[in-house]
Design a protein around this ligand. Sequence first.
Ligand code: UTP
Length: 277
Amino acid sequence: MIRKCLFPAAGYGTRFLPATKAMPKEMLPIVNKPLIQYAVEEARDAGLQQMAIVTGRGKRALEDHFDISFELEHQIRGTDKERFLAGTRELIDTCSFSYTRQVEMKGLGHAILSGRSLIGDEPFAVVLADDLCLNLEGDGVLAQMLKLYAKYRCSIVAIQEVPREQTQKYGVIAGELIHEGLYRVSNMVEKPRPEDAPSNLAIIGRYILTPDIFDLIADTEPGKGGEIQITDALMKQARNGCVLAYKFKGRRFDCGGAEGYVAATNFCFEHLHQHTL
Ligand code: UTP
């Protein structure tokens, strides 16, 4: 049903300078694995096999990561270090990777539109790799959302409750509760001041989108900060039909900034990585 996952990874990552000056922020490691690999694994675990990555200038390392490195593999063959590459190798063997470039950084909506040629006319998932989502108790966030899509067949955004004073960092929704943790979106505002925010339910970096979103983005004028916002296009979709917002099970770390990055590192070191180091 849904086969493809789009990873917009063209942003400048200015909050993480100077680390991101010559390296994409999606290659920042959480312990010993880059953010983009956690993201691709979440999509693979949800049953998706076609990975479509939107890159920009200076992002070559992303393509190299999901490719075979003959010299390196030859060098470590037969040693106990082979196990460090086993997970990456499995992704390369079981998934396909395609790339396109966002030529100008005109926002997340524009980045998604840049991926249109890789997606075509079918529903797809979107993962922002700098939002690391982990659920130790069961399905990953994307797998949870795909189950909902199978039932409702419309665009779905993942949401999280945030402290009121942080609404300015997010797209914020208002909606009618139709099931536990599931809202039908009636309003969506990009980066509202706390006093203007319709709720404290913030959109985070996981989406299921139906393909009509592309024409809606193409018709969207640049909004806040001169960027083409995905929330504006989603709001049109919500008005025309239905968009759902889902309060996911699990934890989310904003790894685009130092605080979330350090928290994610500590969490993964404690819960996931001890046995692989
Ligand atoms: P962010 O808002 O985190 O922007 O983008 P950024 O530019 O990467 O980081 P800062 O704020 O300067 O530190 C959210 C996601 O959307 C992608 C980013 O790569 C990130 O995964 N994005 C954003 C694009 O692909 N293109 C854009 O034009 C903007």
